[in-house]
Ligand binder design. Structure first.
Ligand SMILES: NC(=O)c1ccc[n+]([C@@H]2O[C@H](COP(=O)([O-])OP(=O)(O)OC[C@H]3O[C@@H](n4cnc5c(N)ncnc54)[C@H](O)[C@@H]3O)[C@@H](O)[C@H]2O)c1
Ligand SMILES: [Zn+2]
Length: 359
């Protein structure tokens, strides 16, 4: 097992990464000295696989868990679902010291985290992320929240968990497309922060694609460490945290303009990161061979690196990009790479150049 400490003063906590952690959930929660009542929030897919193990482990450790299952999918990240969860917590008489376990991917983590942040003005919560994206990204950093009809993640709170348990065994049942999509965020950490990690991914990609435990353990732990470090330096998003958005300006526009659901997030940011690497070559002189290494790694992982657009969809994509919050006076701000492992944020790029980078 690897332990990644997240240092946030009084709100510090640990991320534990390894196999066989879910059966230890009860013991781990007992060590946190939380109240006896708790709720395991999960979704219909993850619940089928892992709810029993979570509930049994908690019960064996003396807790009284109630299971709250929501339908799988992004639609569950909404305020009406938050209210339904609150009602179930109240019905089960959860009080201040009671806690919530978020057992699932990023949807469950964001929803359950927000429910925990708001029920009784905040009760403790523990994350058990079960998708690769949730393990390396959404469970770290304390962002919780839900969507509105007018946009994604528009309502939320910064709220830190008391513990994160990344059980690598849970990844075994994750559909391949979801798993590969998560790898796009993993590769991102190499590009933005850590050349040795990037080189390791080049070397060990086939082991990673086979979900080999020791490789996954090291890589997931390193990604958590990087995100925790970046977030620790900039918890409320005033600057540095922006580097985590590498590839996301174009990626989000692809998700938006093609209708959510066509591309998974990881697929969209894979295209976005390769485009950002090409822009980096133009604007910051990122060497051509490094652009090539980046593109090749995404391709080898099985991710898309380009998008074919007719004139109308191209227009829609650029309109979506201009709506992004990182735009000022018609110039879109990008995170760009100087070299693999080092990026700068807030780079203004004229739209003509972006046109060229999105093939
Ligand atoms: N809070 C943050 O900082 C942050 C960061 C990035 C993304 N997010 C959010 O995360 C969400 C996306 O997360 P996601 O990609 O995990 O999506 P998700 O939670 O919808 O999970 C993807 C699919 O995989 C299934 N699944 C998850 N784990 C499984 C497992 N072990 N076995 C079988 N099936 C499993 C889910 O049921 C779902 O169908 C988005 O809502 C996004 O906004 C939040
Ligand atoms: Zn992302």
């Amino acid at each position: 097992m690897r332990i990644v400490p997240v240092s946030l003063g009084r709100r510090s906590y640990e991320i534990k990464v390894g196999g066989g952690l879910l059966p230890r959930l009860g013991v781990e929660c007992a060590a946190l000295k939380l109240g006896r009542r708790c709720a395991v929030v999960t979704d219909s897919n993850v619940g089928k696989q892992f709810a029993k193990s979570a509930v049994e482990s908690l019960s064996a450790a003396g807790f009284q868990p109630v299971l709250v299952a929501v339908p799988a999918g992004e639609k569950s990240k909404c305020l009406s679902r938050v209210e339904k969860c609150h009602d179930q917590l109240a019905k089960h008489r959860l009080e201040r010291k009671s806690f919530i376990v978020a057992l699932g991917g990023g949807v469950v983590g964001d929803l359950a985290g927000f429910v925990a942040a708001t029920y009784l003005r905040g009760i403790p919560f523990v994350q058990v992320p079960t998708s690769l994206l949730a393990q390396v990204d959404s469970s770290v950093g304390g962002k919780t929240g839900v969507n509105l009809k007018s946009g994604k993640n528009l309502v939320g709170a910064f709220y830190q968990p008391r513990l994160v348990l990344c059980d690598l065994d849970t990844l075994k049942t994750l559909p391949r497309r979801e798993y590969v999509s998560g790898l796009a965020e993993v590769i991102k950490y190499g590009v933005i922060y850590d050349e040795p990690l990037f080189a390791r991914l080049e070397r060990d990609l086939s082991k990673l694609l086979k979900r080999q435990e020791t490789t996954l353990r090291d890589v997931v732990a390193r990604c958590c460490e990087i995100k925790a470090e970046v977030v620790g330096l900039d918890e409320t998003e005033s600057g540095l945290r922006a580097v985590l958005n590498f590839g996301h300006t174009i990626g989000h526009a692809i998700e938006n303009s093609s209708g959510y659901g066509k591309y998974l997030h990881g697929e969209a940011i894979s295209i976005g990161q390769v485009a950002a690497a090409k822009l980096s070559q133009q604007v910051l002189g990122l060497p051509a061979d490094e652009v090539g290494r980046i593109e090749k790694l995404f391709i080898r992982a099985g991710l898309p690196v380009s998008i074919k657009l007719d004139a109308a969809r191209r227009k829609k994509l650029f309109a979506a990009m201009l709506l992004d919050k990182k735009v000022s006076a018609g110039e879109i701000k990008f995170v760009l790479a100087q070299k693999i492992g080092q990026v700068v944020w807030g780079q203004k790029v004229p739209t003509e150049l972006i046109q060229l980078a999105v093939p």
